[in-house]
Design a protein around this ligand. Sequence first.
Ligand code: ADP
Ligand SMILES: O=P(O)(O)O[C@H]1O[C@H](CO)[C@@H](O[C@H]2O[C@H](CO)[C@@H](O)[C@H](O)[C@H]2O)[C@H](O)[C@H]1O
Length: 457
Amino acid sequence: MSTALTELLRDWMPHQRWFGGKGREWADVAEEGFLLSKTEPVLSVHRVRVTYTDGAAETYLVPLSWRGHPEEELSSAFIGAVPGADRENYAYDALRDRDATIPWLTHLVAASTVGPMHFHPAGVATIPEGVPGDVVSTEQSNTSLVFGQDAILKLFRRLEPGLNPDVEIHAALRRTDNKHIAPLLGHIEIDDPDRGVEPATAAMLQTFVPNASDGWRLATASVRDLYAEGDLHADEVGGDFAADSERLGAATAAVHVDLAQVLPSEPADRDWFSATGQAMAARLEQALSVVPQLEEHLGGLRAVYAAVADSPETVVRQRVHGDFHLGQVLRTATGWVVLDFEGEPARPLAERRQLDSPMRDVAGMLRSFDYAARHMLVEQPEDAQRAYRAQEWAVRNRGAFCTGYAAASGMDPCGDSPLLRAFEADKAVYECVYEARNRPNWLMIPLQSLSRLTAEA
Ligand SMILES: Nc1ncnc2c1ncn2[C@@H]1O[C@H](COP(=O)(O)OP(=O)(O)O)[C@@H](O)[C@H]1O
Ligand SMILES: O=P(O)(O)O[C@H]1O[C@H](CO)[C@@H](O[C@H]2O[C@H](CO)[C@@H](O)[C@H](O)[C@H]2O)[C@H](O)[C@H]1O
């Protein structure tokens, strides 16, 4: 293990968007690496284990490219220099070094095993070879590379033993003719150094959806149009989003229906309702230590969660998306495509693979409408007129989404349901933690929603 390298990673990783341990103090860091390509630029892949002062530990996947000389045009990807036997070695973020991105698909085409890494092509379509990949600018919890207009490779940054739900669900949906997903082209696994533990999923390759816009971009453009027209209502301005929201509701229902068919599903019993409310209450307690502002909502939130136990509806438990929001859907000329079935990145993998209510996804998208409507108020928190308009936009698109969902599934998800309200509140608590760690000036969005969600209870 190179101490110089771990010191570099200690400085660099906390500033990366994909790093989930922001705000936590590091007690220790250890790394283990192997070579994926030996020709310049050398490509190495590292499993970096970060232990925090509270005793918890996380393992991250960090690919590095190495150059014998500093490369001016790669300066934004430069991580640092590590002394070698007879010269300095210059380390770069390998996913931002185009020449170093080629081996990923070469190994997938060859179905190689390199050290602990296993490459599994899905065998259903041609994987492009010999082309470099460009990193997707809307980088979130993971890092994705687009290869031409054909394929997109997502590197899962936080490694956990077991098949990632993104791969599992995309593979299962291939058995349907669902039109709302991008087909799986392959995946990559990495063995765990501990014997007897399942390999972790390191990456997923899927078909790239060209000429598409993500839902967040489209929805926020619509909100901007509304703000620009002080006197007109959401249904009167040019960029009304309601028809898209309705189609998105229908696409969401179609995905849920197919998931229930190809993966396990069962009716939820009363114990599930109680356990779900209790799990939400437990998550709230944990969130308090990160977001002390949640204190003022404690009473209201506990009441919302307690009401889940007596929620009257019938619920089917099945596999769901788990982290559904406008940034996870792409609109093409023909309809919506749903991405990223990984679940909430902060939850343990076993939890993300559990059967759940599809209402969790509905709540996620409703929260996202709220975000889209209000994100510009972050800059103008006192603008009462815009706040009113934001609420109007959110209500309109929420209604349209539920209309589309009901038409496609036969079940209106948005009646007055204690379960739905609790899912929305639980998501807002998750968002508070996410924002406190990643975008503190956005924290006001979920906090203000909590005032509304608990007041309505
Ligand atoms: N199959 C695809 N086709 C086109 N763009 C995609 C595809 N998959 C992902 N993207 C783009 O990459 C972004 C990040 O992908 P996502 O799977 O949501 O990763 P993360 O887990 O980091 O959130 C998406 O918001 C979208 O813009
Ligand atoms: O990286 P992921 O796509 O897995 O999602 C994480 O990041 C999202 C932010 O980019 C975060 O979503 C939150 O912000 C969105 C607007 O940027 C908003 O539409 C969502 O409703 C809100 O939850 C997501 O929670 C987080 O897991």
